[in-house]
Design a binder for this molecule. Sequence first.
Ligand code: VTB
Length: 345
Amino acid sequence: MENTLGLEIIEVVEQAAIASARWMGKGEKNIADQVAVEAMRERMNKIYMRGRIVIGEGERDDAPMLYIGEEVGVCTQPNAKDFCNPDELVEIDIAVDPCEGTNLVAYGQPGSMAVLAISEKGGLFAAPDFYMKKLAAPPAAKGKVDINKSATENLKILAECLDRAIEELVVVVMKRDRHTDLIKEIRDAGARVSLISDGDVGAAISCGFAGTNIHALMGIGAAPEGVISAAAMRAMGGHFQGQLIYDPAVVKTGLIGESKEANIDRLKSMNITDPDKVYDAHELASGETILFAGCGITSGNLMEGVRFFGGGARTQSLVISNQSNTARFVDTIHLSGKPKVIQLH
Ligand code: VTB
C-alpha cells in the first residue's frame, strides 16, 4: 500500500494547503477550512484506493465532506467495478485535518498545516469528538516520561534523557485557561514555556525532531487530532500518550457535550468502557502500516508555509512512514500556467 500512496498523499496535503493559504490573513477561518476540505477531498478521490474516513470533519449530518464514514478513493466510486478489482485492494482508514489551526490561517499566524494519517482498516483509533490530555516528547524519552506523572517529574526525566538542564527545555502549551496551573508548574520547575494559540499537532510532531527547540507538548487539545499526532509519533518513534477528557468542567473553554455523565454514556456506546484509559501511540495508531503526511499552510517549526509566486506556488511537506522508517521533507514547486523562470532561492 505504501509505495504509490506515499507519493499521492503528498499531493493531497499540498492541494489542501495551497487552497487554504489563499485565505491566509483574511480573517475567515471557516472559508480557510472549507476550501482545504474541498481540495483535499477532490485529490483524494483520484487515488486508486478504497479509503474510509475515520477521523474527519464531523458526523455525516454536520459535515457534507470528509465526514466520518465517508468512502474516498477511485475504487469506492459507483463505477469502480469498471477499473478496480476491489479484492486486490487493501481497505484503508484515513484520519484527516485539512486545515489544522484554522485561526492561525485566518490571522496569518505561524504553525498551520494540512495533515492526514493512513493505516490499514482498523489501524487508527476512531476518537470521539472530545478533548484529550496529551504528552509528546522526543524519541529519547519514549516510554520514560509518563502522562500519569506530574509535569515536574516528567521534566526531570526529560532533562536526563536529553542530557541537558531543565532550564534548557522548551515545553509547548496551548494558551488556554485550563492550562493556568500547568504553565505555572512548568515554569516553577525551571523549564521554559512556548505558548501557542492553536495548532498542537505541529507542536507534538516537532518534539520528534532534534533542532526544533521544542522538547515536549503538554496539555489538553482536541482528541481526533491527537490520533493524527500519535500516528506521526508512532511512525518516527517519538513519545505520545493521550487520555480522553470528557468532563466539561476540566476543559473550561470549548463545548464537549451536556455533562460528564452524558459523555461517559456516549463513550460507552462507542465501546469505550474505561473513559480514563491512557492510550499510547501504539494504541491510537495500532496498524501495521502507518503513514503521516503534512504540508505547511503558514510557516512553522517544521515546515515552510505556502509561498505564491507569479505562475505558481511552492510548498513544503513532510511524509513519515513506519515501513520505510523515513521522515521525508518534500519541497515542491507547483506551476499553474506556463513556467516562466523557476526561482530556486
Ligand atoms: C484547537 C486547535 C488545536 O485543538 O485549539 C483545538 O488549535 C481545541 O481546543 O490544534 P479549544 O477548543 O480550546 O480551542 C486542536 O485542534 C488540536 O488538538
